[in-house]
Structures are given as C-alpha cells and as structure tokens.
Write a protein that binds this ligand. Structure first.
Ligand SMILES: [Fe+2]
Length: 263
C-alpha cells in the first residue's frame, strides 16, 4: 500500500492479489448466509431493510481464516501492521456490511434529523465515539486500530461506497490529543466531547475533500482509525447484485499502549 497516502490522506488502496480474491470468494457465501439469517435481523437490519450492519457477523478465526480458508496475509496484513505498528494482528470478528438497492430508507428508530444526516451526509462519524442517552452526548469508549474494507462481491462503484474525508484523521488526532493529554486513558470515557466533536466535524466538512472508495474483489482499502467516514446513499435507478453489495470490514480493537493510540 501507499504509506504516504495513508499518512497524509488517511486511507490507502491495497492492490489486487489473487490470494485475497480467493479469500473473498470463499467468505462470500458465509457473509450472505449471515445477512439472510433472521437471528441477526432484529439487531442488525436497519433503514427499513436496506442495510445489514452485521457487526461481528463473520465467524472468522483471529488470523482471518473463514471456515478453513487461508488466513489474511499479504498486502492486507502488511497494511494492518503499518497502521498499528505491531507485528501480530488479531483481526477480531469481521463486520458483514450488506447494502441493498434503495438505501437509505428512514428507520423506525431515526428522527428526521438523523435520516437527513444519513441521506445527505453519509452518516459521517468517527468510530468509537458513541452517542449516549436521549441527548446523544458523545464520549469515546471504543478504541480501534484501523478500518479495513474487503469487497466480497462485484458491484457498481456507486452502490453505497465507503466515504472518507481526506486529512480528517490529522484534525481528529489533534482534537483528541488536546482533550486527553492530561487525563489517564481509563478516564477518557468520562470526558463529554459533544460540542467540540460537532465543531470539528463541521470544520472537516468545510475543509476536507470527500472521497468515495471503491475496490474490486481481490483489492481492499484501509482507513486511519481517526478518519471521518461514512457510507453513501444508493443512487436512484442504479442496479446492483440481488444479494446486495457485500463488504467485510475489520476494525480490531487497539491492543497496547493508549498514548501510542493517541499519537
Ligand atoms: Fe464507522
């Protein structure tokens, strides 16, 4: 991958490898089964059935094997090692993100404001920054190493791609450093960052370039853990595969020194 792109823009493409294509082709039926399994639907089918969120829905091993396949290695492993500064990667369970034609429709649990933000702003967010309670106050309570996206099937580039704001990871890093510098990490989740997060996010919408990432089966992309990112709407009249557009995401939890996570 292009390390300069990752460092400066906050994302990089991982070029085609036949091994990754085989991995994706093997994982696809398990991902589709997970998305079609009613036991997951209450929790993960959103936006009137146009999006299966599928957190932890891929039952892969820690090294990325899916039901006896090869582990994740090659370019994706190197990219993960670069993003974390660590040799050993425990991938955690993959997210199976399946988007269907017509995304987004207004979810039962969504206000008009949330739905408009989803439709017009790609539901842009920073991973780990959860809205808490009725007033949706923001605290940081999940710490990921990176976001890696691996397409599992063929779909048009405009079929609800991953969206990223280039350079936003540097602005967020500076924001988080100034907030947390004098606080031990086990107390970071006591700091309410709602207002500064909203101001910083607006600054990113104003200053950073919005880019849609697409990859073919056998390719992948990696985004920095502090990148502002989201998912684009599915354009009207765009046809896609009946099983939806299927992407496996890996967002392993940070394993190590939290000051290094912050820098
Ligand atoms: Fe996210």
């Amino acid at each position: 991958m292009d390390k300069f792109s990752f460092d400066t823009l906050g994302w990089a493409k991982i070029p085609y490898e036949p091994e990754l294509k085989s991995w994706a082709q093997n994982a696809l039926p398990y991902a589709i089964d997970a998305a079609n399994d009613p036991k997951h639907h209450t929790e993960w089918l959103r936006s009137q059935g146009t999006w299966f969120v599928g957190v932890d829905a891929l039952d892969n091993d820690p090294d990325g094997c899916v039901h006896g396949s090869d582990p994740l290695r090659g370019g994706v492993l190197k990219a993960a090692q670069y993003a974390t500064g660590q040799e050993a990667i425990n991938w955690g369970l993959g997210q199976v993100s399946v988007c269907y034609q017509g995304y987004p429709k207004k979810g039962d649990d969504e206000t008009d404001g949330m739905f408009n933000y989803r439709r017009n702003r790609d539901f842009a967010h920073l991973d780990g920054l959860k809205p808490i309670g009725d007033k949706r106050r923001r605290i940081m309570d999940e710490f990921h190493g990176f976001i890696l996206g691996i397409p599992l099937n063929d779909y048009p580039a405009k079929a609800s791609p991953f969206v990223i704001w280039e350079g936003s990871h540097i602005i967020f890093r500076d924001m988080l450093q100034s907030l947390y510098a004098d606080t031990p990490h086990d107390q970071w989740d006591t700091i309410d960052i709602t207002e500064i997060y909203q101001e910083t996010r607006q600054r990113m919408f104003d200053e950073c370039k919005r880019v849609e990432l697409h990859a073919e089966v056998g390719e992948a992309y990696i985004a920095h853990r502090f990148s502002l990112h989201g998912m684009a709407s599915w354009p009207d009249r765009l046809d896609g595969p009946a099983e939806g557009r299927v992407i496996a995401y890996f967002r392993p939890y940070w394993n190590g020194d939290m000051q290094r996570w912050l820098t």
